[in-house]
Structure formats: structure tokens, C-alpha cells
Design a protein around this ligand. Structure first.
Ligand code: SAM
Length: 281
């Protein structure tokens, strides 16, 4: 089939599963044929081989079945840098930019150097902070073995030598961190309530449970981190969490009860509460 017609057909099929059918059709064609979309589209009538068509068919079926385009592509961009992604690691979300921008601004206020990113996943937060905050050292803590592999590789591909990836459980590994030694604590922990699991988007089902669920009410990690880690942060140090849009009140209360002050709630571009942050008294 003529390339342009094939492209149009795939684009139409993808409208059922994505808001960006043109972009995704282009990605799938490039993956199947291994060439540049522009060359195939605007060159001299590119025709996919039988093998390439078979591979395209598989990719399109997978995508129509709800498999994320990011996993098919094997990488995704966050704040101008590329990160390797695949099964076993959470896909970077644009929403997380609110947390990273808030953390950068807090770090500048207090000259933060020793930073911890808890529940680090692919490493988007740790790497961006390490790159954007002068002289910083970022310890990135992640429990999942497969996510940890992505974290290490993403530090390497982004040349973030000032990130120290640590495989550990945030409910346990605080014990080895000296009290009042950390300048800033940042975390985008799993925060979906287990009770909401049934209503989740199809794409989310391909992502690891360990990255999504924060206990029955979604707040387990905020409880655990605030209880165990605040003592690790210096007086005057900063703490910032990404939150689910209904969790600002509960997380603010926990922070106030545990010696944090100047608490602020930051909204995302759609107007939802996305970050709660504050300073240790
Ligand atoms: C919501 S994802 C966030 C990933 C990344 N920080 C981001 O913003 O894209 C939460 C991450 O926490 C990790 N995780 C879950 N339980 C953990 C634990 N007890 N200790 C450390 N990491 C944990 C998951 O494997 C997952 O990578």
C-alpha cells in the first residue's frame, strides 16, 4: 500500500486510543520500518516490506490494546532530556514538572546541596535536580529492581554523575542516614488509593503496581516518609511532595503535625493541587 495511505489509515485507527494520533502513527511507522518518517513520507514512494508490515501490524494492535506508546518507543522526554523507559518503570508525567520546578526554587532559597529523591523510578526528578542545581549531590532511592536498572542507565545517558542511585526501601533505609544531614527531600511516591484501582485508565494497567498504589487511601508513603525522614532534614531544610489532586489537605496536616512550616500547595496547569511543600522549623 502507498505509504501516505498507510499513514492516514493508522492515524484514523489510533484516534480511538490517543489525543495525538498523527504523532503516534509516525512513531509506529518509524519503529516498524526503521527509517525516518520524513524520508518515507516525502521520498520516492516508500513501500513497506512484508516483514515491516507484519511488525507494524503487531505494534498497532498492541497500541490499540492500550499498551503505552512510551514503552513501544523505549524512551520519553521530561523537561528537555530523554529517559529510557519500559515495562517495570513508571512513565514520566508532565505533571511532575510542577514538583521539580518547586524544588529548584526552594533549593535556591536555602542553597541546598545534599538532596534526597525518594521513590526515584526512572530518575527524572533526581537527574533534573542534579543538572539544574549547582553543586548539588542527589541521592536517588528506589526499591524496584527493574526501575533501579532504568534509574542507573538514565543517570549515565544524561551524564548526571552527581546522582547516587541507591536501591532501598524508603520505609527502612532512613535508618542509615544521619539526623539533620539532608538539605532537601523531594518525592513523587505511589499515591493512588487501592480502593480506586477499578476505575483506572487502561494505559495505567501496563505500569507497575509498585509505582502506583499508596495503600488503601493512597497516603501510606506520605505517612511513612513524614514520620521517618523529617528528622533527617536540617532545620530550615525543604520538603516537597507530588500529591494526588484530593490529597493536599491530608498531607498538609501531616506536615504541620511533624514540625514543618510555611506550607504551600502548588497547582498544576489544569488547576489541580499537585504539590505540597514546606520547610523544617
Ligand atoms: C509514582 S512512581 C514515581 C517515579 C518517579 N519519581 C517519577 O516521578 O516519575 C513511585 C516509585 O516508587 C517506587 N517505590 C515503591 N515503593 C517503594 C519503597 N518502599 N521504597 C522505595 N521506592 C519505592 C516505585 O517502584 C516507583 O518507581
Amino acid at each position: 500500500m502507498e505509504f501516505k495511505r498507510l499513514y492516514r489509515e493508522i492515524k484514523t485507527l489510533l484516534t480511538d486510543v490517543t489525543d495525538s494520533p498523527a504523532y503516534e502513527a509516525r512513531v509506529l511507522l518509524e519503529l516498524a520500518a526503521g527509517g525516518s518518517f520524513e524520508d518515507m513520507m516525502f521520498g520516492n514512494g516508500y513501500v513497506l516490506s512484508a516483514e515491516e508490515l507484519q511488525s507494524l501490524d503487531k505494534l498497532v494492535k498492541k497500541r490499540l490494546g492500550g499498551y503505552p506508546i512510551q514503552y513501544l518507543l523505549g524512551k520519553w522526554s521530561f523537561m528537555g532530556r530523554d529517559y529510557l523507559v519500559g515495562e517495570g518503570v513508571l512513565i514520566p508525567r508532565d505533571d511532575t514538572e510542577v514538583l521539580v520546578r518547586t524544588a529548584i526554587s526552594m533549593a535556591q532559597q536555602i542553597d541546598a546541596i545534599n538532596i534526597f529523591d525518594l521513590c526515584s523510578g526512572s530518575g527524572i526528578i533526581a537527574v533534573t535536580l542534579a543538572k539544574e542545581i549547582k553543586n548539588s549531590r542527589v541521592t536517588a532511592v528506589e526499591l524496584s529492581e527493574s526501575a533501579f536498572e532504568y534509574l542507573k542507565r538514565n543517570c549515565a545517558v544524561n551524564e548526571a554523575a552527581n546522582v547516587l542511585p541507591v536501591m532501598g526501601d524508603v520505609f527502612v533505609c532512613f535508618e542509615s542516614v544521619p539526623d539533620r544531614s539532608v538539605d532537601m527531600l523531594v518525592s513523587n511516591p505511589p499515591y493512588i488509593a487501592r480502593s480506586e484501582a477499578d476505575g483506572l485508565q487502561r494505559e495505567l494497567l501496563s505500569e507497575p503496581d509498585l509505582a502506583l498504589f499508596g495503600g488503601e487511601d493512597g497516603l501510606d508513603f506520605y505517612r511513612g516518609i513524614i514520620k521517618n525522614w523529617i528528622l533527617k532534614v536540617k532545620h530550615g531544610g525543604a520538603v516537597a511532595f507530588e500529591i494526588g489532586d484530593t490529597q493536599a489537605g491530608a498531607v498538609t496536616d501531616m506536615m504541620l503535625e511533624n514540625g514543618l512550616c510555611r506550607i504551600k500547595i502548588v497547582k498544576d496547569i489544569q488547576g489541580y493541587d499537585r504539590v505540597v511543600c514546606g520547610f523544617v522549623e
